[in-house]
Design a protein around this ligand. Structure first.
Ligand code: GLU
Length: 398
């Protein structure tokens, strides 16, 4: 009998977190690595949010809370959906978990069974397929194209749908491409979901990080029918620079939320009480810092896109949201450095780390090998230096 379960044996660590850890380990050894690795805002959590957490500790708010989060946090989430998306939810349709990832994981455990198919458009965030598979279901990968703005085409979606299709995952704005769906795009997808009776899991974690005045629309807000078929996964990490606090939340049909609560009650119990208090302040307090962070991201995006598109053989889609760029480096595949050939995104990312001292995530981890993901949730100074290094490293490939 083997020590590990089949489940554990087939699982590898999250590549985004693994690359982050590798870059940090190199930095700890004194190597000057520029990290475009994990999507983690470089800003501090805003002061009013930190103060709310300190207050919570000092007031002794350090015990168990209800499994799915306090009523205070649920009410702050409900108000956020009302204010930002025109959506009305009840407390029984909301659950708070330990991060957006945990929200997605519990959701997958609550609704997927062996035999279910889950449509995952590629490029996808690295952890969707493993989390679907951990719930016993089958991820069905549907490719999107750069020339279509990395958006799912209705023909491709239609081809992928079968009677076993339980859900479609959408992530708009997208990690890793920065593409985003308009209201009309979402209406087409909603039409398919309703006529083929599948759920839409809408990961809206990058909702606030949008550029050029793009108007974010939540899938659930399109109609009452689609709201009943949509589960929104969200969290405070990216909007409020709160990655370490681990607070995510889910909004959806009561039956699903209640099943997620049971799973949570048998596994983690409540998300951290102090982080919940901080999240109430994040969602309900001043949003001024968010605007400042988003405008810094937009400035960085403009710079990085311009630089990348000027590099010979590199092309890069202009992101509408999130804080990633997904340049196509495939014209360098087949070239060599000191006799060693670079054949794919993994080898290119290794080369960039070894030679340029720049950490980036290979596109293959997102289901798209021609590309490499760079997170620009890092300082402008690092972005400039990192791009200089990439440019120099690419010149050395023949
Ligand atoms: N979601 C972020 C990323 O893609 C954080 C790391 C992770 O959980 O994947 O980099």
């Amino acid at each position: 009998m083997s020590v590990l379960s089949n489940r554990a044996r087939s699982l590898k660590p999250s590549p985004t977190l693994a690359i982050n850890a590798k870059a940090k380990a190199m930095q700890a050894q004194g190597i000057q690595v520029i990290s475009f690795g994990a999507g983690e805002p470089d800003f501090d959590t805003p002061q009013n949010i930190r103060a709310a957490a300190i207050r919570a500790i000092e007031e002794g708010f350090t015990k168990y809370t209800p499994v799915g989060g306090t009523d205070e946090l649920k009410d702050a989430v409900i108000k956020k959906f009302q204010r930002d998306n025109g959506l009305t939810y009840k407390r029984s349709e909301i659950i708070a978990s330990c991060g957006g990832k945990h929200s997605f994981y519990n959701l997958a455990q609550a609704i997927f069974d062996a035999g279910d198919e889950v449509i995952v458009p590629a490029p996808y965030w690295v952890s969707y397929p493993p989390m679907v598979a951990l719930a016993g279901a089958t991820p069905v990968i549907v490719e999107t194209k750069e020339e279509n703005g990395f958006k799912l085409s209705m023909e491709d979606l239609k081809k992928a749908v079968t009677p076993k299709t339980k859900a479609l995952i959408i992530n708009s704005p997208s990690n890793p491409t920065g593409s985003a769906y308009t209201k009309e795009d979402l209406e087409r997808i909603a039409g398919m979901a309703l006529s083929h009776h599948f759920f839409v899991i809408s990961d809206e974690i990058y909702e606030k990080i949008v550029y050029d005045g793009f108007k974010f629309i939540s899938m659930a807000s399109l109609s009452e029918e689609i709201r009943k078929r949509t589960i929104i996964v969200h969290g405070v990490a990216k909007t409020y620079a709160m990655t370490g606090w681990r607070i995510g939340y889910t909004a959806g049909p009561e039956e699903i939320i209640s099943a997620m609560s049971n799973i949570q009650s048998q596994s983690t119990s409540n998300p951290t009480s102090i982080a919940q208090k901080a999240s109430v302040e994040a969602l309900a307090g001043s949003q001024e810092e968010v605007f400042k962070m988003v405008s810094a991201f937009e400035e960085r995006r403009n710079y990085i896109i311009d630089r990348l598109n000027k590099m010979p053989g590199v092309s890069c889609f202009k992101p509408i949201g999130s804080f990633y760029v997904f340049p196509n480096f495939s014209s360098y595949y087949g070239r060599s450095y000191q006799g060693k050939k670079i054949s794919n995104s993994t080898e290119l990312a290794d080369y960039l780390l070894d030679v340029a001292r720049v950490a980036a995530v290979p596109g293959v981890e997102f289901g798209a090998d021609p590309f490499v993901r760079l997170s620009y949730a890092t300082s402008m100074e690092d972005i400039k230096e990192g791009l200089n290094r990439i440019e120099e490293a690419l010149k050395k490939l023949f």
